[in-house]
Design a protein. Sequence first.
Length: 263
Amino acid sequence: MRLIIQPDYERLSRWAARYVADRINEAKPTAEHPFVLGLPTGGSPLGMYRELILLHKNGELSFKNVVTFNMDEYRGIPQGHPQSYHSFMWTNFFNQIDIPVENVNILDGNAPVPEDECARFEAKIAALGGIDLFIGGVGPDGHIAFNEPGSSLTSRTRMMRLTTDTILANSRFFEGDKDKVPTTALTVGVGTIMDARNVMLLVNGQHKARALKHGVELGVSQMWTISALQLHPNALIVCDDDACSELMLGTYRYFKDVERDNL
């Protein structure tokens, strides 16, 4: 595992965006062999999306031959709802780059048979040869996507009931009213993420410090699904100094030292 420590959120976002751009450009994707990218929603990736948009507008990056799969979607709210993840992605990213509409894949939270929708999503990922780079955020309780504490580390795309902590955390997007937050969502599984050839998580803020500690220093556990990345051969966590506040000083200095040329 690599831990890239940046001084603040702005530089975290800039580093992550450049990493994504470099991976896409190095792959030289074509229509026949696209670059397959897994994407998150939430507050953590917003800065990265802004930086990627700038790289695209500056002519340094094209998404014409990129296929995306989003991590999750709420169950039971309209696709056009301002807080659906479909709306989030098109508002904050897709509408401002050159990605073809047909290359965007977001789970249908209103599918009549959610199990069939989840199986279709997994099958499409497999048909494209798997995901080249899966990007994710992390909840304060260490969950990735909507894989809440206790989720199997081999889980696949499925419907999940959200914990009270997640509902409360997400209520800020629903006028602060927890009763407006959907209680279930469709989400890729931990196993789905772990199947990607490369995984990058974004962890920012002191409220994520405990999750980062469990992900980096403590053992692998289904109660902290971030910890599964310890088992991935190409796992990368990009964090800011605030998120490192619970790491041991030796851990912090070690990763700063080994990654000093990448900062």
